[in-house]
Design a protein around this ligand. Structure first.
Ligand code: CA
Length: 543
């Protein structure tokens, strides 16, 4: 009699190494989990890249292997692939453009239906927003086939429709990347234009000089040139400049970006001018250089104030399409006081480091709190310390998880945070921690096997009121006695609460602990800028 009662309330055991239902597949750790539908898996690829972190167009064999799923999807459903890709691009949801460029190249070159291929080419100007991006796209596209009519028209269209001021910046900034040069692309695609100004820029891109009949540097006062041609003229004059100061004067007078000035002239004067002529994305990538050349130092308070004003301006971050991961990367690199590739050293200005932390949160945009009781559970098992997220050197999945959880911790009034491997781990993270402190705390507690059911089991055991479980993980769970979905059900029964589960995936695999058929579970992609709003709406029961 007693035995039966105990059996009735004891949790059912169903090891994660055994299949719960026929839809589950084994993950890399040998546990059984669910798989994402096409849209979710493609979104993970677009936001997080490949499992190794970065895509290099040059490593074609690797790229082909890592993107087998995308290849098959494009054959099966190219319109879906294009729709999801444009959604991610338009929402500035992904930190790196390369995955989107690769998907677009696959659709443009391999979609079975010609209308789908044309749609991809039509979208190229929107997806390849910079000259570098176009050259990356061309490296992908070229590896997938030759220069047929669609390819020539598609590439020519970019050069024919890009605003001519932007075209001039491409002409002086991004001449070649990945073995591809703008000049090659122009020779192969033959763009046509009746606009003399645009034609002069295009001819400069191929020949490296401005036509005498369009502009004679000696004869024509620079004031009479269009802004586009002024940038090119300034670039040509800077090539012959003999001092940093002269180059800086040309940058200001002609609107020349620092990338169009010879490397040996990039000193304090030119960096000061670049603060006026270059944009926010450049600024985030060059804070170390600005400090190294002595422009951004604690003593130069006007410059510090100007830089902080730029990088914490919500509107400027949005206009400049700065992704939160760009800010986080800038924060990690700048605070180190040396370049990623060991180039140069500098003394970081602490207030700028703080401002970069603010920029990380601000770049997500305004997130409406869900107002429900949250348990933020970070997978701190050993696998979360391997690999890098979004191509940021040193950013492991568990550090990325800590950064993402800080956003939720600071947004939600009623949120507690814990770590887990095969058991609960107190991490001691508070909303007032810096990102660096939170990441260190998560990292220093990381080791051991994985049981993603732990947050729900722990909350049930300690009778914690939780309406929203958020599990940050690589979904490589295997070590538990019950599956996470079962643990959620047991928690709901025991506490009589309709708790929901959100899974934040930090790696670009196809695995998830969330059952895609259930309305009380949601899978989102870590560092997808759309994720925080979706999570909030889901926690409120609106989706
Ligand atoms: Ca693990």
């Amino acid at each position: 009699m007693m035995k039966n009662v105990l059996n009735a309330i004891a949790p059912k055991r169903h090891p994660q190494t055994q299949r719960l239902d026929e839809r589950q597949v084994p993950n890399n750790a040998g546990g059984f989990v669910y798989t994402l539908a096409d849209e979710g898996r493609l979104t993970r690829f677009l936001v997080l890249g490949t499992e190794g972190g970065t895509l290099y167009a040059g490593e074609r064999a690797h790229t082909v292997q890592a993107t087998e799923f995308v290849r098959q999807l494009v054959v099966r459903d190219a319109p879906l692939a294009l729709r999801v890709t444009l959604d991610v691009v338009r929402g500035n949801r992904a930190p790196k453009p390369d995955p989107a460029l690769l998907v677009l190249a696959l659709i443009a070159k391999t979609a079975p239906n010609v209308a789908d291929r044309k749609a991809a080419w039509n979208a190229l100007p929107e997806v390849a927003r910079t000259g570098t991006m176009l050259l990356h796209f061309l490296a992908f596209a070229d590896s997938l086939g030759g220069w047929g009519r669609l390819t020539r028209r598609g590439v020519a269209n970019v050069y024919e429709t890009l605003p001519v001021e932007k075209l001039a910046l491409w002409a002086v900034k991004y001449k070649a990347r990945d073995g591809w040069a703008q000049a090659d692309a122009l020779r192969l695609s033959h763009p046509k234009t009746t606009d003399a100004g645009r034609n002069a820029v295009l001819r400069f891109m191929v020949k490296g000089t401005l036509d005498a009949e369009v502009v004679s540097v000696e004869a024509v006062p620079s004031e009479t040139l269009t802004p586009a041609l002024r940038v090119i003229e300034g670039h040509l004059l800077a090539a012959a400049a003999t001092s940093d100061a002269e180059a800086a004067r040309l940058m200001r007078e002609f609107g020349v970006p620092i990338e169009a000035v010879p490397t040996h002239l990039r000193g304090a004067e030119t960096y000061r001018a670049a603060l006026e002529t270059n944009g926010l994305t450049w600024l985030l990538r060059n804070l170390g250089n600005l400090s190294r050349v002595g422009v951004l130092t604690a003593n130069n308070r006007d410059v510090v104030a100007q830089v902080i004003g730029c990088i914490t301006d919500a509107q400027a971050l949005k206009r400049g399409r700065v992704h939160p991961l760009d800010a986080l990367k800038a924060r990690l690199v700048y605070a180190q006081g040396r370049g990623v590739k060991g180039k140069g050293e500098w003394l970081p200005v602490p207030r700028v480091v703080d401002a970069l932390e603010d920029a990380f949160y601000t770049a997500f945009g305004a997130v409406q709190p869900a107002g429900t009781r949250h348990l933020l559970a970070l997978d701190v098992s050993g696998s979360m310390t391997m690999g890098q997220v979004g191509g940021v050197p040193g950013l492991t999945p568990n550090m990325a998880a800590a950064a993402m959880s800080m956003l939720a911790l600071r947004t939600e009034q009623d949120a507690q945070i814990m770590g887990f491997s095969t058991q609960f781990r107190a991490l001691g993270i508070t909303p007032k921690d810096t990102l660096e402190a939170a990441m260190k705390k998560a990292h220093s507690h990381s080791f051991g096997a994985t049981d993603c059911a732990q947050p729900m089991l722990w909350a049930a055991q300690h009778r914690q009121n939780v309406e929203t479980f958020v599990v940050y993980t690589d979904n490589e769970t295997w070590a538990g006695h019950v599956h996470p979905t079962q643990a959620l059900d047991q928690y709901r029964q025991k506490m009589g609460l309709p708790a929901r589960l959100i899974v934040v995936g930090l790696t670009a695999t196809r695995f998830t602990i969330a059952d895609p058929n259930r309305a009380d579970m949601l899978d989102v992609v870590g560092f997808d800028t759309a994720a925080p709003s979706i999570m909030s709406a889901f926690a409120r029961g609106e989706v």
